[in-house]
Each structure stands twice: as C-alpha cells, then as structure tokens.
Design a protein around this ligand. Structure first.
Ligand SMILES: [Zn+2]
Length: 207
C-alpha cells in the first residue's frame, strides 16, 4: 500500500470510530462551527493545534504558516483573522511558536533560500528590533530566544490590525495570547497575554 492510500484507509477507520462513540458526531459538526479560539501556528508537522491541546474538530479555527507570522500584508492571514473575529466571533487568538523552529533558524542564517527569503525577512526584522539582547546569546539559546520574541511581536502585530482594534472597542474581545511549544516534552508555555483594549503605540491605532 502506498503511504497516501494508508491516509485514506485510516480516515475511514477514524470516521467509523467517531460514529461508534457518538452517532450524531458528524451530523452535529456539519451544521455549524462555533470555535472559541483562533490559532495562528507554525506549519511544522510536529505542532498540530488540535492534538497538542486535546481539542476536537470544531473547537479551534486554524491558520498555519512558516514560523507563525502575522504579516500585515498577508491577505491569507488577514482573511482568516477577519472571518474568525467578525463572523465566528472568537474570544481568544493564540499565536503559537515552538522551540527548534526551522523558520526561525533559517532567518538567523545567511543562506540565500530564494522566495522564502522574503518571508524570513519578517523574522530578521524581529531580530533587528531585539539585537542588543540576542547578540549576547549563541547557538540554540539565540534561536530559542528569537522564537519567543517572534511570538511576542506577532501578538503585537495582531493588536496593530484594525480588525482586532474594532472588536476590542465594540465587543471587548478577543484576548490575544502568545505561547511557545517545546517539542521535547510536549508542553505549551505562556509568554504574553494582551487583554482587550491594551494600549499600544498611538501610531498604530485606528479610529
Ligand atoms: Zn516552526
């Protein structure tokens, strides 16, 4: 059997298992999704949002990209954000990074990687903002600290969007969270939380 054929076979087994436990499982989920959370995570295959939070389909709206970035010109991310905030009315947005992130590591290198240089450039800018602190670190310690600072900056980037600011003003939600996941023990750590209407630099605020 080819590897992708196994996926289709496993899917049938999984679907049967869910119905076995709860006959209404799919009919209920097919009607409506009301997730409380938007997850912005890394595409890394080892950091799947539902599995590591032990949540079921329907509980988390997910966007993933390389190094869990919130780039203000990224129409894909912004569309997900707008839908999650304005239509699904999520209460929490979680930016989740992870130690050992290949994207963060690549951003610290000098290798010309082609198109992805442009994406990694956003992480290089985070390094530049915090270079006084990061220059004092070496190897994995530097990568790990940049990973944490990158998560914090991406949470700040969410707060700088008119989408989040509008929901903060009119509905006092969502709360923004920055977490980091450790691949070696499976534990999530809380780095930063921004409650609705946390003040940010006025240059980034919208009426
Ligand atoms: Zn990663």
């Amino acid at each position: 059997m080819k590897s992708y054929e196994k996926l289709l076979l496993e899917n049938k087994a999984w679907a049967a298992e869910q119905v076995g436990k709860d006959p209404e499982y799919f009919s209920r989920l097919s009607h409506l999704q009301t997730p409380e959370f938007l997850w912005i995570g890394c595409s890394d295959s080892r950091v799947p949002a539902n599995e590591i939070t032990n949540t079921a389909p329907g509980e988390i709206f997910v966007h993933r990209n390389i190094a869990n970035m919130v780039v203000h010109t990224d129409l894909n991310m912004l569309s997900v954000l707008q839908y999650a905030v304005q239509v699904l009315k999520v209460k929490h947005i979680i930016v989740c990074g992870h130690y050992g992130c290949g994207g963060v590591r690549a951003a610290l290198s000098h290798q010309d990687l082609g198109l992805i240089n442009k994406w990694l450039r956003n992480i290089k800018d985070v390094y530049y903002f915090h270079k006084d602190e990061l220059q004092g670190l070496e190897g994995d310690a530097r990568v790990d600290r940049l990973t944490e600072l990158n998560v914090q900056e991406q949470v700040m980037n969410l707060a700088k969007t008119s989408i989040v600011q509008m929901a903060w003003r009119s509905e006092n939600r969502p709360t923004l969270h920055g977490w980091v996941y450790r691949l070696t023990d499976g534990i999530l750590h809380n780095l930063i939380r921004m409650d609705p209407n946390t003040s940010i630099d006025p240059v980034y605020t919208y009426d």
